[in-house]
Write a protein that binds this ligand. Structure first.
Ligand code: RI2
Length: 318
């Protein structure tokens, strides 16, 4: 797949899910580097920085994307010859993909320890990390039941329901607005994250914060499964995560909108769940309370003052 094809698929959500987007970006950089016909290091760097910028521009919210791109790209500025620069960049891209896959598996193992035999689990959207916990618990022989939401407007809940059904897990498929109605039957909510800020807020699929609120009211645990590269270093510097607002066509067709001249369709893709409503964040490096987000960014992402001068667009003002 060419770089432009990968960028197009991420933009159109053919490639979606914060972890998958990150791996696709790393893969695209790897392949772009392999194909690069560059006369010298400067030309190679120029080509790779342009590729990085294109990838980061595809979707604004999932921090896994710029984090993956930065992990692959950052050391490039210290290289002194083309051969080594190219070799090292390709190694870093492959290492990121491997690390990401291993992280999801580890999160599954750690997350399953927070599910008990007989539990009813609610999940929202389609998160590899959240599903890893549920599938692992099932594989370990636990008798669990799941409530999976539909996830309007893109219906990612259909993918979740199919995965759970294929695994033989008893699943209730519900519309998003039924989450509070069923919360009294739920023992634990597990979702993924697209970004986690320094104050422990979770940015995830629109509707997540309503589920967290309903869980809080019903005294049901609300747990987030997320790789450490979902934490947003830029938020240490006071930046906010930009919430993507997608086309109104995803909700009402152009013809229908023409009949409603005074109606504006709003389509935010994500919302923000404050740390107060989050019990735990399960990462590949262990389980953290949301209040420890700063520590995760410092210790797991090795964020230091040097990073403050990064030129890649990490986040923009909300
Ligand atoms: O990385 P994993 O856990 O798979 O997914 C994390 C999150 O990414 C998805 O975003 P989208 O569907 O790409 O907008 C969902 O919001 C999901 O909860």
């Amino acid at each position: 797949m060419t770089l432009e094809e990968t960028a197009g698929k991420i933009r159109s959500m053919e490639i979606r899910g914060a972890g998958r987007i990150a791996r696709a970006a790393a893969r695209a950089l790897y392949e772009h580097s392999m194909e690069a016909e560059s006369a010298d290091l400067a030309q190679y760097c120029q080509r790779m920085y342009a590729a990085a910028e294109l990838l980061v521009s595809t979707r604004p919210t999932a921090v896994s994307l710029p984090n993956a791109v930065n992990l692959v790209m950052k050391p490039l500025k210290n290289e002194s010859d083309l051969f080594t620069a190219r070799h090292n960049l390709e190694e870093r891209a492959l290492a990121f993909i491997k690390r990401s896959e291993e992280a999801v598996s580890r999160i599954g193992t750690i997350g399953a320890r927070h599910i008990r035999d007989g539990d009813v689990v609610m999940t929202h959207c389609n998160s590899e990390a959240a599903l890893a916990c549920i599938l692992k618990a099932h594989q370990q022989g636990m008798d669990i039941e799941v409530y999976a939401t539909e996830v309007r407007p893109r219906n990612q809940g259909h993918i979740t329901a199919k995965t759970l059904s294929d695994a033989g897990i008893k699943t209730n498929f519900i519309v998003d607005s039924a989450a509070r109605y069923f919360m009294k039957e739920v023992d634990i909510c597990i979702t993924g994250a697209d970004a986690i800020t320094v104050n422990g807020s979770i940015i995830n699929k629109i509707g997540t914060s309503q589920i967290a609120l309903a869980a809080h009211e019903a005294r049901v645990s609300f747990v987030v499964a997320a790789e450490t590269y979902k934490f947003a270093p830029c938020t240490i510097l006071g930046e906010r995560i930009l919430i993507e607002e997608r086309s109104p066509d995803e909700i009402l067709s152009g013809d229908m909108r023409k009949q409603l001249p005074h109606v504006t369709v709003r389509n935010p893709t994500f919302d923000i769940t404050p740390a107060d409503y989050v019990d735990l964040i399960i990462t590949e490096a262990g389980v953290y309370p949301p209040e420890m987000a700063y520590t995760v960014i410092k210790e797991q992402l090795h964020w230091d003052t040097e990073d403050m001068s990064l030129e890649l667009p990490y986040c923009e003002e909300e």
